[in-house]
Design a protein around this ligand. Structure first.
Ligand code: NAD
Ligand code: DAU
Length: 360
């Protein structure tokens, strides 16, 4: 089985690549990534020489490249994670989200459809050309919008109501994936996951940003009043869920992924401050003094909360870690990987890695 994982040099993608490369030595795993500011091959140094792993630098907005790549590799499966992923960046530069998340996804759908020679249109569905193939689209809970009542959860059939340019672009990509499943009978499956955290998280996102700033004694910027709620899942548990859905999920279906683990931002930041005080040998309460309330994110979604019962009951997936344990592991990873953090925050890594890997 040859599987193309897009965005495999990013935060979640690198954990998915690692899981598939190590768990399935008989599979050939192709990590297709453009190495944007968020892509970092240092996330994968432990498996970069594995015989069943190949890195390919490529941009999903380039349809011609994708056609050639699919013709050459002839993949059996695609796990699509490549995206622009940060909400704040989508507010300042929406078009790059349209290009990668929407146009890039449609390019990838076309490449898979053409390479797998699906037929569609009028008449009975012809699935045979797609036998054994699978196009897996990784999406987000943000497409469902913002919850305002404490007893509400996102279900797989909750109507889409995206509120940010990021979530609108992910919603559009989800619609295209389902449309290709319906129109061309492309064998698609989708998941919508809640907020991830863990090792290799890019330090523009809440948890790694706070860890970094606490360490550096810098202000901890909490948007608005810190009342917004997010539902956090350890990244390795997301990768395990992707494994379960890729292999056992029903074609055409959507599965929500989450850990029933809601936290108000301000409570989470306090918890992180306490953990960091202990790890850094600071007096309890020292880091919390760095908390600084700043102007709220424009259009800030109030609450996300995933109902993950479908994947739990149908596929037997469960999160493996309690949040406090996962957060301790995450803090330990960042403290033990200072060089990774320094390279990412200095911005020097990108040119270095591009130069090093462009001609592989
Ligand atoms: P990330 O920003 O850390 O990584 C994105 C990766 O995609 C990078 O390696 C980047 O180089 C690559 N990429 C970007 N544009 C590309 C292009 N045009 N062509 C090829 N590669 C390109 O993102 P992440 O947080 O790991 O998220 C991965 C996926 O999971 C995204 O689709 C995101 O929407 C989704 N998701 C993320 C979360 C989360 O909490 N981070 C939760 C649910 C779903
Ligand atoms: O829900 C899944 C989504 O989670 C993914 O689809 C996105 O790719 C991912 O980036 C994440 O989006 P969020 O906007 O929820 O994550 P972020 O880490 O940017 O912010 C988490 C919360 O913390 C949010 O309510 C905004 C707030 N925040 C964030 C930052 C960066 C702050 O208060 N201060 C900050 O400095």
């Amino acid at each position: 089985m040859k599987i193309v994982i897009t965005g495999g040099a990013g935060f979640i993608g690198s954990h998915v690549v690692r899981l598939f490369v190590t768990k399935y030595p008989d599979y050939q795993i192709y990590n297709l990534d453009a190495l944007t500011y968020a892509g970092n091959l240092a996330n994968l140094t432990d498996i970069e020489n594995a015989p069943n792993y190949t890195f390919v630098k490529g941009d999903i907005t380039d349809a011609g490249f994708l056609t050639e790549f699919f013709a050459e590799v002839k993949p059996d499966g695609v796990i699509h994670l490549a995206a622009e992923s940060h909400v704040d960046r989508s507010i300042t530069d929406p078009m790059s989200f349209v290009m990668t998340n929407v146009v890039g996804t449609v390019n990838l759908l076309n490449a898979a459809k053409d390479a797998w020679k699906g037929t569609g249109g009028a008449g009975p569905p012809v699935r045979s050309a797609f036998d054994g193939k699978r196009f897996y689209h990784v999406s987000t809970d943000e497409v469902y919008g913002s919850l305002h009542n404490a007893d509400e959860f996102f279900l797989e059939d909750t109507s889409y109501d995206p509120q940010s340019p990021y979530s609108a672009s992910k919603a559009a990509s989800d619609h295209f994936v389902r449309a290709y499943g319906n129109t061309y009978k492309l064998p698609v499956v989708l998941t919508n996951c809640s907020n991830n955290y863990g090792p290799n998280h890019f330090p523009e996102k809440l948890i790694p940003l706070m860890i970094h700033n606490i360490q550096q004694n810098k202000p901890l910027p909490v948007y608005g009043k810190g009342e917004n709620v997010r539902d956090w899942l350890f990244v390795v548990d997301h990768a395990r869920a992707i494994d379960a859905v890729f292999h056992n999920g029903n074609l055409g279906e959507t599965y929500n992924i989450g850990g029933f683990n809601e936290w108000k931002n301000i409570d989470l930041v306090h918890l992180l401050c306490d953990i960091m005080d202990r790890k850094l040998g600071r007096e309890t309460g020292t880091s919390a003094k760095l908390i600084t309330y700043v102007t709220d994110r424009a259009g800030h979604d109030l609450r996300y909360a995933i109902d993950a019962n479908k994947i739990m009951h149908e596929l037997g997936w469960q999160p493996s870690l309690q949040f406090e344990e996962g957060l301790e592991k995450t803090v330990d990873w960042f403290l033990q990987n200072q060089e990774w953090l320094d390279n990412v925050t200095s911005g020097a890594y990108q040119g270095y890695y591009q130069e090093m890997y462009t001609n592989r």
